[in-house]
Design a protein around this ligand. Structure first.
Ligand code: PLP
Length: 360
C-alpha cells in the first residue's frame, strides 16, 4: 500500500490523545482514576443535557438535521450574529480541517507559534502544506514575529487565544496591530476553544473580528460546556467563507445527539457559570500549592496549567497514573520537564497536589 499512499503522508506523526480512563484502570487494576489530562469539564454533563437527550431519544433513529438549523438559530440569537455566519463541526477540530482542505495546497505556507495546538501542523501536513513555527516569546505568541514571516505563499495563520498548552493569551492591542499587517488573502484562524475561562479584560473577543473577511473564529462545546465526547464546535466567519466550508463538509457532519446536547447547554447558563467558578477556584488552589513547593508555572487564561516539575515529565506522568491521576506529559510540545494539569473538582486537585508532594 505504501506505493500508492500519498508520498508525504508516511512521515506524519499521528496526534496522541490522553489515555482513556477505562483503559488505564484496566491496565493498572485501579478502581478509580481522576482524569486531569484533556481539559474537559470536571462537573460532567449538564443535568439539562441529560434530560433533553432522554426526552428526544426516540428521534435518534433519524438522520440529523444536516444544516443544524434549530441550533444555529438559537446560537445566532445568543451571540448576536447571523445564522449564515455560523458553521458547525464534529468538534471545532473539524472546522480546522475545513480551513486546511479549503485553502492549503501543496507547498503553501501555514504559520503558527512554537507551542501551538498540535492539530495545526498535523492538518497542514495532511494537505502537503509547509508548516512554519515561529519562536514563542516567554511562552506566549510573538505576533510581530509571526506577521514578519508572512510571504506571498502564506495561506493560513493559526492563532489559539488563549493557547493550548501554555494557557497564555494575546491582548486586543497586539492583535489589532497584527491584523493591520496581514494581507486580505491570508486566512487568520482565531481559535477560541477556551474563551469561557478568560478573565483578562483586554482579551480580543472574536465576535468583534469574525466579519473582517479573512478571519475565522473557532469555538467549541467541548470545554466549559462539558460536551467533549459528543463532538461539536463551531466557526464564525463571513457568509462567503461559511458558504465555502459548507461545500467541503459531509452532509451530516454533526450528529443528532450532539445537536440536541448543544441546544440544551445553551439554555443552561447556571451550569456554565458553576464551571467557571470551579475552575477559577481550582486555579487559585493549584497556584498556591505550586508556590509552596517552588514549582514554576504559567498563569493561565484557560482551565489548565502548565507547570515545570523539573523532572522527566513522562516519568512523573507514569507515577501519577500509578497513583490514580492522569495528567498530560508535554514532551510532544518540546517541554521535557513540564506537565499540563487540567483543573478538576476541589477533591481531585487536592489529590493531585498530595501526589506531587510525594513525588517531588
Ligand atoms: C486550542 C484548541 N483548539 C481546538 C480544540 C479542539 O476542540 P474540539 O475539537 O473538541 O472542539 C482544542 C482541544 O483540545 C484545543 O485545545
Amino acid at each position: 500500500m505504501k506505493k500508492i499512499l500519498k508520498s508525504y503522508i508516511e512521515s506524519i506523526q499521528p496526534y496522541e490523545p490522553g489515555k482513556p480512563i477505562d483503559e488505564a484502570k484496566r491496565e493498572l487494576g485501579l478502581q478509580e482514576i481522576i482524569k486531569l489530562a484533556s481539559n474537559e469539564n470536571p462537573l460532567g454533563v449538564s443535568p439539562l443535557v441529560k434530560e433533553r437527550i432522554i426526552e428526544n431519544i426516540d428521534t435518534f433513529n433519524r438522520y440529523p438535521d444536516g444544516g443544524c438549523w434549530r441550533l444555529k438559530k438559537k446560537l445566532s440569537q445568543q451571540l448576536g450574529v447571523d445564522s449564515d455566519e455560523i458553521i458547525f463541526g464534529n468538534g471545532s477540530n473539524e472546522i480546522i480541517e475545513f480551513i486546511a482542505k479549503g485553502f492549503i495546497e501543496p507547498g503553501d505556507e501555514v504559520i503558527s507559534s512554537q507551542y501551538a495546538f498540535l492539530v495545526y501542523p498535523l492538518l497542514t501536513k495532511v494537505c502537503d502544506g509547509r508548516y512554519i513555527e515561529v519562536a514563542a516569546k516567554e511562552y506566549a505568541y510573538d505576533l510581530s514575529a509571526i506577521a514578519e514571516r508572512i510571504t506571498k505563499k502564506t495561506k493560513v495563520v493559526f492563532l489559539a487565544n488563549p493557547n493550548n498548552p501554555t494557557g497564555t493569551y494575546f491582548n486586543n492591542k497586539d492583535f489589532d496591530a497584527f491584523l493591520a499587517k496581514v494581507p486580505d488573502n491570508v486566512i487568520v484562524c482565531l481559535d477560541e476553544a477556551y474563551v469561557d475561562f478568560v478573565d483578562a479584560t483586554d482579551y480580543p473577543d472574536g465576535l468583534d473580528y469574525y466579519q473582517r473577511g479573512n478571519v475565522v473564529v473557532l469555538r467549541t462545546f467541548s470545554k466549559a460546556s462539558g460536551l467533549a465526547g459528543f463532538r461539536i464546535g463551531y466557526g464564525l466567519a463571513t457568509k462567503e467563507l461559511i458558504c465555502y466550508f459548507n461545500k467541503i463538509r459531509q452532509p451530516f457532519n454533526v450528529n443528532a445527539v450532539a445537536q440536541c446536547a448543544a441546544e440544551a447547554v445553551l439554555d443552561d447558563s447556571p451550569f456554565i457559570n458553576k464551571t467557571k467558578y470551579i475552575v477559577r477556584g481550582g486555579k487559585r488552589f493549584l497556584y498556591k500549592a505550586f508556590d509552596v513547593y517552588g514549582l514554576e508555572y504559567i498563569k493561565s487564561q484557560t482551565n489548565f496549567i502548565l507547570v515545570n516539575i523539573k523532572k522527566d515529565s513522562r516519568d512523573i506522568f507514569n507515577k501519577c497514573l500509578q497513583r490514580g491521576v492522569v495528567v498530560r506529559d508535554m514532551k510532544a510540545y518540546g517541554f521535557d520537564t513540564y506537565i499540563r494539569i487540567t483543573v478538576g473538582l476541589p477533591q481531585e486537585n487536592e489529590k493531585l497536589v498530595s501526589i506531587l508532594e510525594e513525588l517531588l
